[in-house]
Design a protein around this ligand. Structure first.
Ligand SMILES: Nc1nc2c(c(=O)[nH]1)N[C@H]1C(S)=C(S)[C@@H](COP(=O)(O)O)O[C@H]1N2
Ligand SMILES: [Mo]
Length: 446
C-alpha cells in the first residue's frame, strides 16, 4: 500500500489551495463565518492577493441541525462528574503518576508509558479540551451530513448506521500541534502563547470506525465539493478576551477527507470514551490534533472553500520568519522523540540501565533513532522495537552506564523515511506549534 504520492500532494495541495481559497473569499465565493473581515483581509494581504476589489460580505447561515438533544447534553453533561477529576471538564481519573494538569487539559507523563506496549492505554491518553468533555448518549447521538457540496438533501447517520458500514481498524497518533511548546521557552529562550506542554500531548491508539469517504459518498458527495467541515458538540469556545468563536470546527480539504480519514467509534478495542470524543470522533492520521474533531455532531460538505478560526487565527505559523498573515494552515505533524523517564530522573551511577523511549513523525515512518548521553558530543544508534509505520510511533532502547555521579543530558534524535532528522533548534513561531528540535533531557546519576 504505497501512498507516498498522495501524501505529498495532500500537503502541497493545502498551501496552493489556501491561496485559491483566499482568492475565492475575496471574490465573494467562499465563506468565513465567525471571522472578522479584517482578519481575512490580513490573510489576503499576507498572501499578496489583496488590492483589486472590495471583498463581499458573507451572509450564509447554517441550516438548523437535527442534533439538539445531543447538543443539550453537550452543554450540561459534565457538571456533576467534573469534580472527580483534577482538571475540570475531564471525566476520567487523572492520577498524578500518569498526568500533568494543564488548564482544561491533561498531559501524559512519558514515564507512565514504560512497559505499556505499543498503544497508549486509554486511561493514560492525553486529553486536550477547548472547554469540557460532554457526556453524550450513544443511543441518542447522530451525525448530520449537509451542505451544497452534496447532491440532494444530505443525510443523518446514527451510531448503528455507521457500524453497519464497512469498518476499518488502524493504529495512529493524535498529537496536539503545540506538543513540545514549552521547549521554545526553556531551550530557546523564546516567548510563545498556548498550553505549555512538554512532550506528552500525544497518544497512539488503535482506532476502529468507518472511512469518512464512505459516509460522504452515501450522503451524496458531489464533484463540486471542496471542503468538509466537521463540528463538535462540545460547548462554544470563548477566548480569554471574551470572543465567542462558536463550536470547535476546522475545514478539511475534500482530498484528505477521502484519503485516510475515519469516523472512529472505538479506541483500543472499546467504545470511544467521552474524553476522547465518544461516541464518534474524526480521526485524521498524520495531521495535527485539531483536525481530529471530537464529539462530531455535523459535517458540512461545501462547494465553496470554508474558513473557521481554527484555520485562520490558529494553526498557522506566525512570527518573524513567516508572512504577516501566517503560513498556510498546518496539516501534517512534525517529528519528535521522548524518553520514558521523568525530568531529572535519578539513576544509579556505575550501574547498567536500559533507556527506553518513543519517536514519531507525521511525514513518514521513523526509520532510525540516535541517542546521546553526553549532550550531543557522541551518538549511538537505538534499537527499534516496532516496524516503521506512518502516522505511528516506534519504541526504542539503548543501554547506558553512567560511569560517575553527576548530571547527564540525554538526547534522542529521530530520522524518518522522508530523510528528515530532528534539528537542534526549531524556527520560532508565536503560538509555539510544531516544535521538532532535539529535546535536552537532564538526568542525575547518583
Ligand atoms: N470538538 C472538539 N474536538 C477537538 C478538540 C476540542 O476541544 N473539541 N480539541 C482538539 C485538539 S486541539 C486536539 S490536540 C485533540 C486531542 O484529542 P484527545 O483529547 O483525544 O487527546 O482533539 C481535537 N479535537
Ligand atoms: Mo491540539
Amino acid at each position: 500500500m504505497s501512498r507516498t504520492d498522495s501524501r505529498t500532494s495532500t500537503r502541497d495541495d493545502e498551501s496552493v489551495y489556501d491561496r485559491r481559497r483566499l482568492r475565492q473569499w475575496f471574490a465573494g465565493e467562499a465563506r468565513a463565518d465567525g471571522i472578522e473581515r479584517r482578519d481575512m483581509l490580513r490573510l489576503l494581504a499576507a498572501a499578496g492577493l489583496a488590492g483589486a476589489a472590495t471583498a463581499a460580505t458573507t451572509g450564509f447561515a447554517a441550516p438548523a441541525l437535527a442534533t439538539s438533544k445531543a447538543a443539550t447534553e453537550a452543554a450540561t453533561g459534565t457538571t456533576d462528574r467534573a469534580s472527580a477529576a483534577a482538571v475540570p471538564g475531564i471525566v476520567k481519573p487523572l492520577p498524578d503518576a500518569w498526568f500533568t494538569s494543564r488548564g482544561t487539559n491533561a498531559e501524559t507523563r512519558f514515564e507512565a508509558l514504560a512497559g505499556t506496549g505499543h498503544h497508549t492505554p486509554t486511561d493514560r491518553f492525553f486529553v486536550r479540551n477547548h472547554t469540557a468533555t460532554p457526556v453524550l448518549d450513544a443511543n441518542a447521538w447522530s451525525v448530520t451530513v449537509w451542505g451544497d457540496g452534496l447532491v440532494g438533501g444530505g443525510a443523518e447517520f446514527t451510531l448503528d448506521d455507521l457500524k453497519r458500514l464497512p469498518a476499518t481498524t488502524r493504529s495512529a497518533f493524535v498529537e496536539c500541534a503545540g506538543n513540545g511548546r514549552s521547549f521554545f521557552t526553556t531551550q530557546q529562550g523564546q516567548t510563545v502563547s498556548g498550553t505549555a506542554w512538554t512532550l506528552g500531548a500525544i497518544g497512539v491508539a488503535r482506532w476502529r470506525g468507518v472511512r469518512l469517504g464512505e459516509v460522504l459518498r452515501r450522503a451524496g458527495l458531489s464533484k463540486s465539493a471542496v471542503d468538509v467541515l466537521p463540528r463538535g458538540l462540545d460547548a462554544d469556545y470563548v477566548t480569554a478576551d471574551g470572543t465567542n468563536l462558536g463550536r470547535v470546527r476546522r475545514p478539511l480539504p475534500v482530498s484528505k477527507a477521502l484519503d485516510d480519514v475515519l469516523l472512529a467509534y472505538e479506541m483500543n478495542g472499546e467504545p470511544l470514551p467521552p474524553d476522547h470524543g465518544g461516541p464518534v470522533r474524526v480521526l485524521v492520521p498524520s495531521w495535527i490534533g485539531i483536525a481530529s474533531i471530537k464529539w462530531v455532531g455535523d459535517i458540512e460538505v461545501s462547494a465553496q472553500p470554508l474558513y473557521s478560526p481554527w484555520n485562520t487565527d490558529f494553526y498557522r505559523l506566525f512570527g518573524d520568519a513567516y508572512p504577516a498573515g501566517g503560513s498556510a494552515p498546518l496539516t501534517r505533524q512534525t517529528l519528535k522523540s521522548a524518553f520514558e523517564l521523568p525530568w531529572n530522573a535519578s539513576l544509579e551511577a556505575a550501574a547498567d540501565h536500559r533507556l527506553t523511549g518513543r519517536s514519531w513523525s507525521g511525514a513518514g515512518a521513523v526509520a532510525r533513532v540516535d541517542v546521546s548521553s553526553d549532550g550531543g558530543a557522541s551518538w549511538r544508534r537505538a534499537r527499534l522495537y516496532d516496524a516503521p509505520r506512518r502516522a505511528d510511533w516506534v519504541r526504542w532502547s539503548v543501554d547506558w552506564r553512567p560511569t560517575t555521579p553527576g548530571t547527564y543530558i540525554l538526547l534522542a534524535r529521530a530520522t524518518d523515511t522522508t530523510g528528515r532528522t530532528q534539528p537542534e533548534t526549531t524556527v520560532h513561531n508565536t503560538q509555539g506549534y510544531l516544535f521538532d528540535a532535539v529535546v535536552r533531557h537532564p538526568v542525575q546519576a547518583v
